[in-house]
Write a protein that binds this ligand. Sequence first.
Ligand code: 0R9
Length: 641
Amino acid sequence: MAKKTNYDESSIHVLEGLEAVRMRPGMYIGSTSRKGLNHLIYEIVDNAVDEHLAGSCDRIEVTLEADGSCTVSDNGRGIPVGMHEKGVPAERLVYTTLHAGGKFDNDAYKTSGGLHGVGSSVVNALSTYLDVKVKRDGAIHHDHYVQGKPDLELVNGLLPILGRTRETGTTVNFLPDPEIFEVTRFAATEVKSRLHETAYLNPGLTIVFRDKRKDKEEEKTYHEPDGIVGFVREMNRNSECLTEPISFKGKDEGIQVEIALQYVNEFHENVQGYCNNIFNADGGTHLTGFKTAFTQVMNSYARELGILKEKDSNFTGADIRNGMTAVISIKHPNPRFEGQTKTKLDNPDASRVVAKIVAEEAPHYFDRNLDTLKVVLGCAEKSAKIRKTEEKTKTNLLSKQKFSFDTNGKLANCISRDASKCEIFIVEGDSAGGSAKTARDRTYQAILPIRGKILNVEKASIDKVLANAEIKTMITSFGCGFSEGYGNDFDISKLKYDKIIIMADADVDGAHIGTLLLTLFYRYMPDLITEGHVYIAMPPLYKVMPSRGEGEYLYDDKALERYRKKHAGEKFTLQRYKGLGEMDPDQLWETTLNPDTRMLRRIEISDPRLSSDITEILMGTDVPPRREFIYEHATDAELDV
Ligand code: 0R9
């Protein structure tokens, strides 16, 4: 392949820009874990979806190639390839300039390339190579980059041509750079879920997914002509539905709003917000506008119909949304997001416009569908009744437990009270707990031994959860309460430890204990996970001691296999650790407690919607979906969390 030569001075700062992306990838794609890796695909797909939103593309294909690369193609107009005023083809600027997209086109609702408003150039910077083929103006134009740098010579200032075609479209093939990413294998389940969601949010679009990495090739086509109404139906597929999906639409102040909702016979709400096709995990102003207006509309109906009497207080928003599954999707020309994670919409006009459309459109619907209205108000009534009873029970329960919510002397606390420096190890078993208490640095490391397997909270009622001694001890030790259903007594600012480290054996039982603890945190203290405080200690399985040189810890059988191959013919002694309980305090310090030598894995939620579904499948009461999930994903299993 010809080496690039057409790179002048003005291009140098461009390369410096991409160098900055390689230096600090987390700033641009959130993380370099699998979540960040999958983001590369979403960034490219989002650009193709923008072309769909511009009205010029109705098919996107995504292929996970056998060689570990990913190919995304669309049948849009093709990225412009003509000479830009900066002296290079427009396509090159798209892939080498941060934020280039916005400068060339003025589509009203650009997704701004996903998470951080970056796009093609960031994917390019973080890929070993990226190859682009643009079908446009009767020809197939070709470009190629290596670690973000153009690697093809231009012909008279333009891209080389591979052949002639009447078709139009863009195809991008890229290989994530292992120098950047901790893992380079894309997670198919997450990618499929995201593509399916994109199909629901864009009813005119067909998305084809292919996974060529497996023995038997997988192909799935996502086309959802019912849009978010179909999305809500799908979310409720396993629930007893009390109403048909209800939907409203409208546009004001340049903001397009689409809402779909449906009630099921369950005691929770599931309201999801999207802005420009991007899921807003922490909601934001569009959801606030929806919730406020819907609560007002429903309370006025309840009074009009005499369901609420003069002396009664209004239903709370939570009463009215109990049993509700809803999707609020808006298209905003200039979205703004709050905070670091960019997952909460911040535009005040979104709240105003959504509220206005709900206030106008919901009565239109309910005036004509009185039976549905009665079902919805019936849900609110039932919910208010249960809320009042629960509030009473909870007050009694907590006041009874106030004095018994101690740590039963099990917690060996640390001396420091500076939460930012403190760590708490949740240790399986009294014997490992005892060793850990001796081995730790007591200035900042606390040890909380737990005995055996804790309660599976996915299958237990709140009173059982709160009555469980191990769980009570954890809640008290962490110091920030718990959140559940109606009440949210959780306050992350009160957390006494920066790191909560699960320390369990590297065997099936240990993994089960870890899963039970994660289920507890995920359901009752989710901020611990979303704010990055939960870790799993990775104790080694082996220590190899060569006759000369330093000993080395190995964390799994594959590592041992690699070691044997690398040191074939050399003599070494092999120590196998059966469990944490077998390590003496010095070994435990070196392998699991000492921040300089230990290995920790931080728990991240890569897809909040998927995580909730999978927790329910894996930890809930229903066996058949669990079996199905395990069969389907058995080949996906990898060590990486
Ligand atoms: C496979 C992934 N697809 C893309 O990345 C993709 C970008 C893109 C695009 C346009 C059309 N298709 C695309 N696919 C486009 C074309 C035109 C105007 N705007 C956008 C046009 O023909 O006039 N572009 C996204 C950014 C840009 N093009 C550019 F204009 F900045 F170059």
